[in-house]
Design a protein around this ligand. Structure first.
Ligand code: FEO
Length: 133
């Protein structure tokens, strides 16, 4: 499980709120995976996560375009890679490949923490210079 901590804050309230929700949803996936191998139940939560993730990524990318963020392409590619990993996880759950599903879920969890603390932090100055708070 991931617990929200101020160290994850990017100092922009709307994005912090989205990241908190992102963490809540991935925790729901982790919790479901620990308690069931029912692929239908996990798939429902994963679909919810996928929908939310796409919204969050789109919001961030819109800010990047508005702020002329120079690392937009690289950041967007990282978002796309994450979405592909969600699909791979979904596929492994559907096929009942528990070992691969566990590996991929661990990857998604680590990706999220590292992304928020690394890649996302890089846009803070740029976004703040353009008035985001
Ligand atoms: Fe908050 Fe780049 O995802």
């Amino acid at each position: 499980m991931i617990t929200w901590d101020d160290k994850y804050s990017v100092g922009i309230s709307s994005i912090d709120e989205e990241h908190k929700k992102f963490i809540d949803i991935i925790n729901k996936v982790i919790d479901a995976k620990q308690h069931t191998d029912n692929s239908i139940e996990i798939t429902e939560i994963l679909n919810e996560m996928n929908k939310y993730v796409l919204t969050h990524f789109a919001n961030e990318e819109t800010y990047m375009i508005k702020c002329n963020y120079p690392e937009y392409d690289d950041h967007r590619k990282k978002h796309q890679d994450f979405s592909i990993k969600i699909m791979a996880f979904l596929d492994s759950v559907t096929k009942g490949d528990c070992r691969l599903a566990c590996e991929l879920l661990e990857h998604l969890k680590n990706w999220l923490v590292n992304h928020i603390q690394g890649t996302d932090r890089k846009y803070i100055n740029c976004f703040k210079e353009h008035g985001l708070r």
